[in-house]
Design a protein around this ligand. Structure first.
Ligand code: HEM
Length: 393
């Protein structure tokens, strides 16, 4: 196991730009590394795909409660922070809201109209920056739409959600926005309890299994998690997919003329440059990972981005390849008990989003007069800007 104290500023800058070469070096040295910081529990980072999958499957040894500790003060009781039976009951109660028939309705009534409305605003112009104008707004509008937030309040709601996720860094703002979010959602939740309709909040508040229902702490904990879990994660992968296609014009043309390739482009992008690069657990007891000792209480981070580039599973793993075989799968939606609950919604938004961009923006290409876009970020990765040209329509 390699040990280090902490990243220097220049190392941090490098990992923001492109952590993959550094992760490759670590994978070559050994399966895990350990970071020690005074006053914090030791952190063990897991870099290889099989080890990451094994930890995520081993609930007896590794707990997700660390997610409750970091998010709980701002979000309430979160699904991501539960283990065992408590998680099963909570997940069963919320998962019905994400059933296939609901997704089909959302596609028609919300997802497709949302992306087309965003594209309506730029299509006649012939040029745009797709991140601020389209991709970063799209999943936020979908999730707020699902929660019954009025169109006029989307920006306000999104900014509360951002403060809530940033709570550990700015607790005062995080708590104030958490309260504001709850106050906003309370009348909607109360209304759906009395007059359930065919919508997400009604499904959540009326769900009942073996006489069990969610209490308000779980209801608001779930609703506060949805934006951080579903917005930036999805819009960054959409940006990464569009960038991969724009940087590979031959692949872009293939996908444009054969739309059955859209899903392949999305899955390969999820592997090549996922938005969420790590997921975290805590060791419940002294144990080992791939023969390396791990003490009880250690924070264990599965470096999902690194696992997706593990050369034992993926040939030429740093390359984006539209023809890569679908197996083995990436770990971008996690694995096991906490596998992303929004996996089908995310894939739906990405598929509808890429198809709409291809339909509405003919001749799409990068704008050569603007700086070349870069995928950046550590925990969340994607381009902040995608300047493009296309034929106005
Ligand atoms: C490309 C987009 C997305 C990515 C890459 C992603 C990634 C992930 C990952 C890695 C996990 C597991 C975390 C862990 O094990 O600690 C997770 C869980 C979760 N995701 Fe996603 N996610 C995406 C989109 C969404 C969307 C659209 C929603 C809903 C609107 C969503 C809701 C959730 C929820 C509720 C969980 C917790 C599941 C549980 O604890 O049982 N995600 N996601």
């Amino acid at each position: 196991m390699s040990e280090k104290k902490w990243l220097t500023l220049s190392e941090l800058e490098m990992t923001m730009r492109d952590p993959y070469p550094g992760w490759r070096e670590i994978r070559e040295r050994g399966p895990v590394d350990r970071i020690e910081m005074p006053g914090f529990p030791p952190q063990v980072r897991v870099f290889r795909r099989d080890d990451a999958e094994a930890v995520l499957k081993d609930e007896e040894t590794f707990s997700a409660r660390i997610n409750q500790e970091s998010m709980g003060p701002y979000m309430g009781t979160v699904l991501l922070g539960k283990d065992g039976k408590e998680h099963t009951v909570y997940r069963n109660l919320v998962s019905h809201a994400f059933r296939r028939s609901a997704l089909e309705r959302w596609e028609e009534e919300l997802v497709s109209p949302t992306i087309h409305e965003l594209l309506d605003a730029i299509a006649p112009r012939g040029h745009a920056d797709l991140v601020p104008e389209v991709t970063s707004r799209y999943p936020v509008k979908v999730i707020t739409g699902l929660m019954g937030v009025s169109i006029d309040d989307v920006d306000r709601f999104a900014s509360w959600a951002e403060d809530v996720s940033g709570g550990p860094l700015n607790p005062e703002r995080g708590l104030a926005s958490s309260k504001a979010m709850k106050e906003y959602l309370t009348p909607i939740v109360e209304d759906r309890k009395q007059n359930p309709r065919d919508d997400l909040i009604s499904d959540i508040v009326t769900a009942e299994i073996d006489g069990e229902r969610l209490d308000d702490d779980h209801i608001f904990g779930f609703l506060r998690l949805l934006m951080p879990a579903g917005a930036e994660t999805t819009y960054r992968v959409l940006g990464n997919t569009l960038l991969a296609l724009l940087q590979n014009p031959a692949a872009l043309e293939r996908v444009r003329s054969d739309r059955s390739l859209v899903s392949r482009a999305i899955e390969e992008t999820l592997r090549w440059q996922t938005s969420v690069t790590l997921v975290t657990r805590v060791a419940k007891r002294d144990t080992e990972i791939a023969g390396c000792p791990v003490h009880a209480g250690s924070v264990v981070s599965m470096m999902v981005g690194s696992a997706n580039h593990d050369e034992h599973h993926f040939d030429r793993s740093d390359e984006w390849d539209l023809d890569r075989p679908p197996e083995p799968t990436h770990l971008s939606f996690g694995w096991g008990r906490h596998l992303c609950l929004g996996i089908h919604l995310a894939r739906l938004e990405l598929r509808v989003g890429v198809n709409a961009v291809l339909d509405r923006l003919p001749g799409l290409r990068l704008d050569p007069s603007k700086p070349a876009p870069e995928i950046r970020g550590h925990a969340f990765r994607g381009p902040n800007s995608l300047p493009v040209l296309f034929e106005p329509s």
